[in-house]
Design a protein around this ligand. Structure first.
Ligand code: AMP
Ligand code: ZN
Length: 118
């Protein structure tokens, strides 16, 4: 099974065909700075397998959520924001505000977040 998709922006970043500002990379995930940051820290974490969105996850693929969340915990320590705190967001489809259809986690920090979200 081909794990990446030819016409997907985030897959192209994983293949290094498109530049991004990498924060962390291992065999499971790529994490990079969001091009349009909504907070002082705004990092996108993507699994190195193409899955359109969170509602497509199955028992076989749901481990990508573990991989992304563990990477966020490690990045938080590296950036020393684990004590102040941060927010993880996964947008899904139109009402969730998803614009790029390769599942990803937003990591937002460096300022106090508000609730409810917009
Ligand atoms: P979403 O709207 O949840 O699908 O999130 C997609 C995110 O990808 C947005 O926050 C965009 O700012 C970000 N994004 C789009 N293109 C790029 C890029 N070339 N490099 C980094 N981040 C990007
Ligand atoms: Zn992709």
């Amino acid at each position: 099974m081909e794990k990446l998709k030819a016409d997907c922006l985030f897959c192209k970043m994983i293949k290094k065909e498109v530049h991004c500002s990498i924060v962390k990379e291992d065999d499971k995930i790529l994490a990079f700075k969001d091009i349009n940051p909504q907070a002082p820290v705004h990092i996108i974490i993507v699994p190195k397998v193409h899955i359109d969105k969170v509602s497509d996850l199955t028992k076989d693929t749901a481990g990508v959520m573990n991989d992304m969340t563990l990477a966020a915990a490690e990045i938080a320590k590296e950036l020393k924001i684990e004590r102040d705190g941060f927010r993880l967001v996964v947008n899904c489809e139109e009402y969730g505000g998803q614009t790029i259809y390769h599942i990803h986690t937003h990591m937002l920090g460096g300022r106090r977040m508000t609730w409810p979200p917009g």
